[in-house]
Design a protein around this ligand. Structure first.
Ligand code: ADP
Ligand code: MG
Length: 390
């Protein structure tokens, strides 16, 4: 990786501003999944061990520039304090005299957590004055929020204009795995794409086609390809606006693209609907494709045989319904058994792999949904560009 990390700077006795991704799911004021907090612990603990004082900040939910009481960082501070085994003082703002005094008084080993950065509209506007005020609290900036790195906001990009900026360990791990897969993959390199819509991912398809040996397509995205091939798709999810693009991709990619050879169709969008397995050109009105079929699972398994690098984004079916999760879980099982670098990108795909109990078997499950997609598209993430080069 060509970006500086926390290993490359001396943080002893310094005040370090750490942008983390503590955008955790909340229900009735309680955190329902603390994985994002845990993911930042290696960076936080390392900096504390090295004698830094920490000023942590994150956004939480969609506050849209206003104070939203339900989106205050208090439950996050409580949970972080439990995980660290030391006090975490939650501030009531991320700028202003009270915060400045608290930051100035911080001693090595102490931690404060700023209030939700998106309570200020200046955060998403990347306002330089606001960024300067936040940066003024610290001596060094560490970005460990890969999940927010595709946004040019004040605490992901702006602060780097005023402070030396380096990557934390989570950011480093994401950039290493996604970077290797996109710029220097070991071949055979197989990509798997699925999910609901093709239109979100046309850039990803094109970018992957230029690099991978095979691209397997499943999920709702495959339906638009079927339509482009002239098949009847019944009531399946299809994007009519993308049929022409799908046609072009089919012509361009040829045998590099591997499409499903059978599908599980249902007579309603419901876990309890009547379901059957049909060939992709046998879907009739009143039926909709909700999963890849068993023959496709085998086809994909063969296509993955011997792969050395695999990137997977997008579930193979409506895995939220157990009766239509089989294809997604089977592909996850196949990946788990491969002797390859396996990288999972995308929020729903990561959730599916976790649900299958196979997250530990993958080389890397990205914590960034949108950020990992933009990375796979070959885009430069502004939060990464803002970090100092090695
Ligand atoms: P990710 O978050 O991993 O990038 P997406 O958001 O693109 O994935 O897609 C995930 C969604 O796609 C899931 O909610 C899943 O139910 C849906 N999906 C997958 N296959 C189908 C299908 N055949 N019909 C309708 N929806 C589908
Ligand atoms: Mg998604």
């Amino acid at each position: 990786m060509n970006k500086k990390t926390i290993r490359d700077v001396n943080v002893r006795g310094k005040r370090v501003l750490v942008r983390v991704d503590f955008n955790v799911p909340l229900k009735d004021g309680a955190i329902t999944d603390d994985i994002r907090i845990r993911a930042a612990l290696p960076t936080i603990n390392y900096l504390l061990e090295k004698g830094a004082a920490l000023i942590l900040c994150s956004h939480l939910g969609r506050a849209k520039g206003k104070v939203v009481p339900e989106l205050k960082m208090d439950p996050v501070a409580t949970r972080l304090s439990e995980l660290l085994g030391r006090p975490v003082k939650k501030m009531d703002d991320c700028i202003g005299p009270v915060v400045e005094d608290a930051a100035a008084a911080l001693q090595p080993g102490e931690v404060i957590l700023l209030e939700n950065t998106r309570f200020h509209a200046e955060e998403t506007a990347n306002d330089p004055g606001f960024a300067k005020q936040v940066a003024g609290l610290a001596d060094i900036f560490v970005n460990d929020a890969f999940g927010a790195a595709h946004r040019a906001h004040a605490t992901t990009v702006g602060v780097a204009d005023y402070l030396p900026a380096v990557a934390g360990f989570l950011m480093e791990k994401e950039l290493e795995f996604l970077g290797k897969a996109t710029s220097d993959p070991e071949h055979p390199y197989v990509a798997i794409l699925g999910g609901a819509k093709i239109s979100d991912k046309i850039g990803v398809i094109e970018s992957l086609l230029s690099k991978c040996d095979r691209l397997l397509i499943g999920g709702g995205m495959a339906n638009t390809f079927f339509k482009a091939m002239g098949f009847e798709v019944g009531d399946s999810l299809v994007e009519d606006d993308a049929v022409a693009t799908a046609k072009t991709l089919l012509e361009k990619a040829g045998s590099q693209l591997v499409l499903p050879v059978d599908a599980v169709v249902a007579d309603a969008f419901d876990n309890e609907a009547n379901a059957k397995v049909v060939a992709p050109n046998e879907v009739t009105p009143g039926w909709r494709i909700l999963d890849i079929g068993p023959k496709t699972v085998q086809t994909f398994e063969s296509a993955l045989g011997g792969a050395k690098t695999v990137i997977w984004n997008g579930p193979m079916g409506v895995f939220e319904m157990p009766n239509f999760a089989k294809g997604t879980f089977a592909v996850a099982e196949t990946l788990a058994k491969l002797d390859a670098i396996t990288v999972i990108g995308g929020g729903d795909s990561a959730a599916a792999v976790k649900q299958a109990g196979l997250a530990e078997k993958m080389s890397h499950v990205s914590t960034g949904g949108g950020a990992s997609l933009e990375f796979l598209e070959g885009k430069t993430l502004p939060g990464v560009a803002a970090l100092a080069d090695k």
